[in-house]
Write a protein that binds this ligand. Structure first.
Ligand code: ADP
Ligand code: MG
Ligand code: MG
Length: 546
């Protein structure tokens, strides 16, 4: 798709005075509207959440980033297909066992994945008392700049703890406010209200949680948010909590896994999950006990959430309960990088999109017509331990048999040969775990043979170059101090913008209830390979459609 927009013309030029005025408008808006983070803290606890005394604005982009309208709309349209695709993956026990399991799949090589899978297997063989699962998903994309023009390419599909929905809505509102309130923005003809799409992500995500709560169907039950003790992105979560109460009259209980080890229990015969809060935290004269309808995990996606094996016991207790899990363990496993790779293998997408949704008892919608659209969003991916025919053929074609160690599997040899255009990914979430381009050969030298299976190779998406942005941070971040930019509040940098589309799906019995519910943009300097806002490498952003 050809786009006439000149990306290298972005952002509009500003005088130092204009830049300062714009920064003042943006940061003041952010602080006034809950576009916030907790500041870094030295006194961290492993159990109790912090009581905040101050907040800082989230890292933000002064201008929205240009994104082609056609690709933006295509990504939103595709979300429903992706929603259904991942519900089917989560229902296909045999597929997940083969790809993610500890007997036959990645769980052999990756301890964290293996532990989650074993926990799930144990539970599903004994006592599944809740057939419904809830997913709050985020499908992430970059624009690929190839000779034919720009195309939408998927980075990953998140099924657990998909964050920044609420804050992204506030960044879009901030950009709309700046547009309406300042005259500098006449600097570009693209900066018009028509090109700023609506962002209603908070209500969309809360609607997903409320649908699960309603399906559970017990008056007075509450939704449990499972959170990390040292979470700084609490306001993003709190906006969902406020929306649930204000629009749906549903109360939320926030607890860490450590707190839940004490407060959570299952009613023996029914597996109803109850949380008992001491009178101090429930503001009642007696300890109070609440039934939980839905468990929303904003923790338990990374090994550091489980500092001792007892934390897994708590996670599995929650899984065994009658509450609807967002996500359930199989749905969390379905979001693995290895699943993303496995779906690209011949026939797999057709298996999941075909007329046989009924096979998993979740409706029979035939989505095969979308197979090409979905596949068009994928980059090449393969497993490092692969000896599949297509990998061998690709290797032969490159005459790369001599490159790499003779004893290595074709997947690893192909990764060595194509390292300059690849990223390697383990089964992890939350950013900071990947290995890029020139770092790959040495990494492969150091990787233990038995760990190979835990990694996938993925072709790098080559994004449009020369597009710039103004990135604003509230506090110095030590993670990228090398360019000296962290001393300044505003940095002008060449940037890459990643679009995320949110969706929810409630499924497991009868037809899937699903919807596309919003979007976010994260923008990072091109010098950084990673894009995690929480990890401090990138800023929250919105789009100007071009
Ligand atoms: P995580 O689950 O940790 O967020 P991702 O797969 O999203 O892992 O990778 C982290 C970041 O690395 C992405 O946000 C993106 O900036 C970059 N990245 C990942 N895959 C690619 C790719 N194929 N091409 C270019 N950049 C990528
Ligand atoms: Mg990501
Ligand atoms: Mg992820």
């Amino acid at each position: 798709m050809a786009v006439s927009f000149d990306f290298s013309s972005w952002p509009p030029q500003l005088t130092p005075e204009q830049l300062e005025a714009l920064t003042l408008a943006a940061t003041t808006y952010a602080l006034s509207h809950g576009l916030l983070y907790l500041p870094p803290s030295n006194s961290l606890s492993n159990t109790q959440p912090r009581i905040p005394t101050t907040a800082i604005h989230a890292p933000i982009s002064l201008f929205p980033s240009p994104f082609p309208r056609a690709q933006f709309e295509a990504a939103r349209k595709l979300q429903s297909v992706y929603n259904v695709l991942y519900t089917r993956v989560a229902m296909d026990t045999q597929f997940l066992d083969t790809v993610m399991g500890a007997d036959a799949g990645v769980g052999k090589a990756d301890e964290f994945t293996g532990t989650l899978w074993r926990g799930w297997k144990n539970i599903r063989e004994h006592d599944v008392v809740q057939p419904l699962h809830l997913g709050l998903f985020r499908s992430d994309y970059l624009l690929q700049d190839d000779r034919l023009g720009l195309s939408l390419k998927q980075v990953e599909f998140n099924t657990v703890s998909s964050s920044f929905g609420s804050l992204s809505e506030r960044v879009a509102a901030m950009h709309r406010h700046i547009l309406a309130s300042t005259s500098y923005l006449s600097a570009s003809p693209y900066l018009t209200a028509d090109n700023f799409p609506e962002n209603k992500t908070t209500s969309g995500l809360a609607e997903g949680l409320a649908k699960a709560h309603d399906a559970y169907g017990v008056q007075g039950a509450r939704i449990l948010f499972v959170v990390q003790p040292n979470e700084r992105n609490v306001f993003d979560q709190r906006w969902l909590e406020y929306e649930l109460l204000e629009k749906h009259e549903i109360l939320v209980i926030r607890q860490t896994l450590a707190e839940l080890a004490v407060s959570a229990s299952l009613v023996p015969s029914t597996h109803v999950l109850t949380i008992t809060l001491p009178s101090s935290s429930s503001l009642t004269s007696q300890p109070a006990t609440y039934e939980i309808s839905t468990i929303y995990f904003r923790a338990s996606y990374t090994p550091s959430d489980f500092p001792a094996s007892s934390y897994y016991d708590t996670r599995f207790l929650l899984e065994r309960s009658r509450a609807i899990k967002c996500p359930s363990l199989p749905l969390q496993l379905a979001g693995g990088k290895k699943v993303q790779e496995a779906l690209t293998r011949p026939g797999m997408l057709e298996h999941f999109l075909g007329n046989e949704g009924a096979r998993w008892g979740i409706g029979a919608r035939d989505l095969s017509a979308f197979a090409t659209n979905i596949r068009d969003t994928w980059m090449g991916m393969w497993a490092l331990d692969s000896d599949d025919a297509d990998i061998v053929t690709a290797l032969d074609r490159l005459q790369a048999v001599a490159s790499g160690r003779g004893s290595e599997p074709p997947g690893t040899r192909l990764a060595r040969h194509k390292a300059a255009s690849l990223v390697l990914k383990p089964q992890r979430e939350g950013g900071g775990n990947n290995v890029y381009r020139e770092a790959i050969p040495a990494f492969l030298d150091s990787l233990r043979v038995e760990e190979r299976e835990a990694w996938i190779a993925m072709e790098m998406i080559e994004t449009p170059r020369g597009v710039g942005g103004y990135l604003v941070r509230a506090a110095p971040s030590s993670s990228n101090a090398s360019d000296g930019s962290t001393e300044k509040k505003v940095v002008r940098a060449d940037v890459i913008s990643e679009l995320g589309i949110f969706g929810y799906a409630l499924f497991g019995a009868g037809d899937v209830v699903e919807k596309e519910v919003g979007w976010l943009v994260r923008t990072k300097g091109t010098e950084s390979n990673e894009g995690g806002v929480a990890a401090g490498f990138s800023v929250l952003d919105s789009v100007v459609l071009v």
